[in-house]
Design a protein around this ligand. Structure first.
Ligand code: SF4
Length: 160
């Protein structure tokens, strides 16, 4: 009973929805409009970006209310959120993950490392940025990007 009382007293913690972002321009995004199933791939990040993605799907930023849902398999996913520079060991798994996703599919590079290798540029174990390994449809800048920017990218796809 104390738990139920606590839930009732706390109420809704999600922030009010910011204005709807401009829709993504790609044809795949238009065909996915409404909702999107999301598979996260850590291709070699420091885990800072993962913490922000977790916050984006947490109760405050609540990406699910805009139609984005995390799934465990690329075969169930419309969209891949890829973080980190792509390490040599993760290049082929990333290619296979994207290849396993049904079409239409989208790849979103999340964080400066995913965009240009960031802090890890030139590292001996780094294959390259995400776009060097798989086609990228959307980019989210930042080190790490704020959760609201990640949510805005997902909303640009879902159109909600
Ligand atoms: S962008 Fe920043 S937080 Fe994200 S993986 Fe790179 S160093 Fe870590």
């Amino acid at each position: 009973m104390s738990l139920l009382r606590k839930i009732r007293e706390t109420g809704r913690v999600a922030e009010d929805a910011p204005p709807r972002p401009a829709p993504a321009a790609s044809a795949a995004a238009r065909r996915l409009g409404g909702s999107v199933q999301v598979r996260c791939v850590d291709a070699g990040s420091c885990n800072g970006c993962e913490i922000e993605i977790a916050a984006a799907f947490g109760p405050v930023y609540d990406a699910e209310r805009y139609g984005a849902r995390l799934v465990a398999s690329p075969r169930h996913a419309d969209l891949a959120l890829v973080t980190g520079p792509v390490t040599r060991n993760m290049a082929e798994p990333l290619r296979r993950t994207v290849a396993a996703m049904p079409r239409p599919r989208l790849v979103v590079a999340v964080g400066d490392c995913a965009l240009n290798c960031g802090e890890f540029a030139g590292g001996y174990g780094v294959e390259g940025a995400v776009a060097d390994v798989v086609p990228v449809d959307l980019k989210v800048e930042g080190c790490p990007p704020r959760p609201d920017r990640i949510v805005a990218a997902l909303r640009a796809v879902t159109g909600r």
